[in-house]
Write a protein that binds this ligand. Structure first.
Ligand code: ADP
Ligand code: ASP
Ligand code: MG
Length: 418
């Protein structure tokens, strides 16, 4: 018997009416003979509401307690969905992460799944039940509740699918496919039938919020067939039609029938740029700056060091916007006095825009076209970084949407691939 995992995002679970629709869809699959594990998110806005409450009590709340609070959104969702399934005449049972259990490390608010014991889930499936597991949360070996980072229900679903060797993981969301870029920014964005695992990984890591990056990592590591599709279609559409809709993450390059050089444009408004100006241009400086930043558990993204003039140089890098203040504190208190830097500055008003495509490996001129396009729009590039299949630039965030749309046009992503 085929086992499928369905994941429903916050908007898909956003109201009682929508939850009833999810139940209708799941019931349809169950009646067709599939074993079903369903992983819902909290109702849309709920996680934000819970975290805002905590912040209102104290802006410096302990991360463990934040997880205790934020994880409840998904607990409500699983209960509501099971009630809706039972009302459909389907036997179903809900589990929290700790009941499965889904084990994680203890990095509260961004915990990583370490193992999943699927025995309890399999026992319930064997009884003919649909099993509904909370998204976003797990438990440490010591029994503390953790959450998997924002958007973490995707990861929960793919990890469960990997652990249970499910035939497919279907990620139901509020758009009907992965598009060439976020259709909310570029209305001419085009849905992709397939996207390679590597491209999806780059897009997720560069800020496309459609899938949490760790879910893509799990899909790749365990070769989980994963598809992104809409929960807003008629829940009763034939399964054959539904199962071939949306975007499939493919693991073979030649399966990518569209063969576009560039498959998508990603952007990220969550970054901030920091610069350490007038530092001595000598060996050990990058380490002297980034060592204390790493020690403070701050993730660094892009890094540039300018060519030195007159024995000094400038050093810039980007961090998550939420960590800008913490980074500036580390630099001003620990780094600046130690290396005698002239100045430390921070700029939260930047955005990163990236073009992604495996075709870049075999085509030249992509960077040139990207820079030409931005220059024609009068957009100044502050930082550049490249990999084999992506080029990213940091620009002033007020030009982000303009840059995305101009690049989308320049790379002809609005036109179907030949
Ligand atoms: P869910 O609540 O279902 O997890 P998310 O809001 O996390 O949904 O992700 C879906 C959203 O991702 C879409 O509404 C869309 O605005 C955004 N998005 C960003 N990049 C893309 C893209 N390339 N293709 C489709 N949607 C994208
Ligand atoms: N509810 C969590 C969030 O809002 C997890 C998720 O929706 O994937 O981030
Ligand atoms: Mg999401």
């Amino acid at each position: 018997m085929s086992l499928v995992v369905h994941k429903y995002g916050g908007t898909s679970m956003g109201s009682v009416e929508r939850i009833k629709n999810v139940a209708k869809r799941v019931a349809k699959w169950h009646r067709a003979g599939y074993q079903m594990v369903v992983v819902p998110s909290a109702m849309s806005g709920e996680t934000n509401r819970l975290l805002a409450l905590a912040k209102e009590v104290d802006g410096n709340a302990s991360l463990r307690e934040l997880d205790m609070i934020a994880s409840t959104g998904e607990q409500v969702s699983v209960g509501l969905l099971v009630i809706a399934l039972q009302a459909e005449g389907v036997d179903a049972i809900s589990f929290c992460g700790w009941q499965v259990p889904i084990r994680t490390d203890d990095s509260y608010t961004k915990a990583r799944i370490t193992s999943i014991d699927d025995k309890r889930v399999r026992d319930e499936l064997a009884k003919g039940k649909v099993v509904v597991i909370t998204g976003f949360q797990g438990v440490t070996d010591d029994g503390h509740i953790t959450t998997l980072g924002r958007g973490g229900s995707d990861t929960q679903a793919v990890a469960v699918a990997a652990a249970m060797k499910a035939d497919e993981c279907l990620i139901y969301t509020d758009v009907d496919a992965v598009y060439t870029t976020d259709p909310r920014v570029e209305p001419d964005a085009r849905p992709l039938k397939t996207v390679t695992f590597e491209e999806m990984l780059e897009m997720a890591s560069l800020g496309s919020k459609i899938l949490q990056i760790r879910s893509v990592e799990f899909a790749g590591k365990y070769k989980v067939p994963t598809r992104v599709l809409t929960s807003f279609s008629d829940p009763m559409i034939p399964i054959a039609e539904e199962a071939s809709s949306g975007t499939l993450i493919s693991f073979e390059e030649d399966e990518n029938v569209e063969q576009a050089v560039i498959s998508g444009i990603a952007f990220n408004r969550d970054e901030a740029k920091v610069s350490v100006l007038g530092v001595p241009d000598k060996p050990g400086i990058a380490y002297a700056i980034l060592g204390p930043v790493a020690k403070a558990n701050i993730d660094v993204d892009m890094i540039i060091q300018n060519a030195g003039v007159g024995g000094t140089t400038d050093f810039s890098f980007t961090v998550h916007r939420n960590e800008l203040q913490k980074t500036l504190d580390v630099l001003k208190n620990d780094v600046q006095p130690a290396i005698h830097a002239k100045e430390v500055t921070g700029d939260p008003k930047v955005a990163k825009v990236s073009v992604v495509g495996i075709g870049m490996r075999s085509h030249v001129g992509i960077a040139a076209l990207m820079f030409e396009t931005l220059s024609k729009e009068g957009i100044n590039i502050q930082m550049i970084s490249t990999s084999e299949i992506k080029i990213s630039v940091v620009i002033d965030d007020k030009y982000m949407e303009l840059a995305v749309r101009a690049l989308h046009r320049a790379f002809e992503l609005d036109k179907a691939a030949a």
